[in-house]
Design a protein around this ligand. Structure first.
Ligand SMILES: Cc1cc2nc3c(=O)[nH]c(=O)nc-3n(C[C@H](O)[C@H](O)[C@H](O)COP(=O)(O)OP(=O)(O)OC[C@H]3O[C@@H](n4cnc5c(N)ncnc54)[C@H](O)[C@@H]3O)c2cc1C
Ligand code: FES
Ligand code: FES
Length: 444
């Protein structure tokens, strides 16, 4: 059995292809699907993609905003009309995950993921579905999520329609995680609380990850409101930053739904290799400014294609799960995790790796700064760190220390403790002419 990748120009064709093949999965950003393929999930036989432009568009429709299911977290962050959702998109993974993860994929992400879906639920969003035989329908998100994991319920989500929130002050989102600045959530919770006539009308307060999908908060049917908002009874600011779980929260933990879904048999690496050995698909892209053509196997990731196909070994294999960042490369200038990027999606795109950072014998300023600050010790994380840092400095030549820490938050280093790396990046920024906004830190 091989993994086939089928690409369609319209959502209806993609929906029909999905409905006719029980081993087919819709491929959106691929952060979760490629993880499963890398693990050897043998239930995936076909990846269905759609190039329909509407899938990646954001449209204003009067009092509602329609967000295409293929819109990525970085697209949300770049869209001023969606500023109310910026704090939510900003906490989905690290920068490379955000450049890949889509709104549609987030609706299907099982616990502990699905932060964006929590926000959409609070905003009373509806899911827009494409039927296999041409029909389209809209379903309230709460209803969609309740049936999401039922066998045979898999449809194609084309977009989500979100009522325009009353204002940034009326929407609240909080993600609590142990690892900062990036980490999976221990809790994410959202509320849309517009005050009308001095009162809060009923509003849903969804939260997760207490169940496979986000759930409404316990009590009052998961809604708060109907009362006049006032200061906290413990005094102003007294509860800020307190972590004590509330009684309702504890009850929800006790009702924890076991995340039993479709279990996929784990294939051995040998079985996986046998499965992938059949198909070879030609893919052309620009690698570090030069045209390259490579034959890839069905479902193969970009990291394999670069290392095995092209012989560029600068991006490393660490986890194959998107968590360590050693495979970070730039695709069209954005940091992406090569281990989670389907090689076929790179056709016609521009890829940069650490192999070409130096200009002949002249090192890139980032490489020099890494040497001067002892930011590379064993060196295993270094190529990924360099590419994550390059993506930052290309976009923002004068980053602050916090912005640097955020930019490398998806990259793990087991040796340096991160401080030398952050100092090196700030130093490189200062030497490249960026006026450092980090007084006293850029030149250490
Ligand atoms: C390292 C790492 C960190 C992460 N951190 C977070 C985090 O902090 N918060 C968070 O919420 N998530 C996180 N995720 C999970 C994931 O990246 C996001 O949930 C993302 O939004 C999933 O979108 P995708 O496009 O990559 O999904 P894909 O992998 O493309 O798809 C996931 C599933 O959804 C289905 N699907 C996708 N789109 C559609 C559609 N339009 N119609 C029907 N089915 C569809 C696919 O068939 C597949 O089964 C993380 C993932 C990784 C690897
Ligand atoms: S993130 Fe790609 S190998 Fe770890
Ligand atoms: S230098 Fe060893 S992992 Fe970063």
């Amino acid at each position: 059995m091989t993994i086939q990748v089928k690409t369609f120009g319209s959502m209806s064709e993609a929906a029909a292809a999905l409905a006719s093949d029980r081993d087919a999965r819709f491929f959106s950003g691929g952060t979760l699907l490629m993880r499963a393929i890398n693990e050897g999930d043998t239930t995936i036989g076909t990846l269905v993609r759609a190039t329909d432009p509407s899938y990646r568009q954001v449209r204003n429709e009067g009092s509602r905003i329609v967000i295409g299911a293929g819109v990525r977290m970085v697209d949300i962050l770049a869209n001023r009309d969606l500023s109310v959702l910026h704090p939510v998109a900003r906490v989905v993974g690290g920068p490379a995950v955000r450049a890949m993860a889509t709104v549609g994929g987030n609706l299907f992400a099982r616990s502990p993921y699905g932060d964006f879906t929590v926000a959409l639920l609070a905003l009373d969003a509806t899911g827009m579905m494409q039927g296999a035989y041409g029909g389209a329908q809209q379903t309230p998100l709460e209803q969609f999520l309740a049936g999401r994991d039922r066998a045979g319920s898999g449809g194609l989500v084309t977009a989500v329609s979100v009522p325009r929130p009353a204002g940034p002050d009326a929407f609240r989102f909080r993600k609590v995680s142990r690892v900062k600045p990036k980490g999976v959530s221990v809790l994410s919770i959202a509320a849309h609380l517009p005050v009308t006539g001095g009162r809060l009308p009923g509003a849903p307060v969804p939260y997760r990850p207490m169940a496979p999908a986000p759930i409404p908060a316990p009590g009052r049917g998961g809604r708060v409101g109907g009362y006049r908002p006032g200061p906290c009874r413990h005094g102003p600011g007294a509860c800020r930053g307190r972590r004590r779980p509330q009684p309702g929260h504890r009850r929800a933990r006790q009702r924890l739904v076991s995340p039993r879904g479709r279990r996929h048999p784990r294939a051995s690496p040998l079985a996986l290799r046998g499965r992938l050995a059949m198909t070879k698909i030609p893919v052309q892209f620009r690698l570090n400014g030069a045209d390259k053509a490579v034959f890839v196997e069905g479902g193969e990731n970009l990291l394999e294609a670069l290392r095995r196909g092209v012989g560029d070994m600068s991006a490393k294999f660490g986890c194959g799960q998107g968590t360590c960042g050693v495979c970070t490369v730039l695709v069209d200038g954005e940091p992406q995790l090569a281990c989670l990027t389907l090689a076929e999606t790179c056709a016609g795109r521009s890829i940069e790796t650490a192999l070409d950072l130096a200009d002949g014998p002249r090192l890139h300023p980032l490489q020099t700064a890494f040497m001067e600050h002892f930011a590379a010790q064993c060196g295993f994380c270094t190529s990924g760190m360099l590419m994550a840092a390059k993506a930052l400095l290309d976009r923002n030549p004068s980053p602050t220390r916090e912005e640097v820490a955020e930019a490398i938050s998806g990259n793990i280093c087991r040796c340096t403790g991160y401080e030398p790396i952050i100092n090196a990046i700030l130093d490189a920024a200062a030497k490249r002419g960026g006026t450092s906004r980090e007084q006293g830190h850029a030149r250490v």
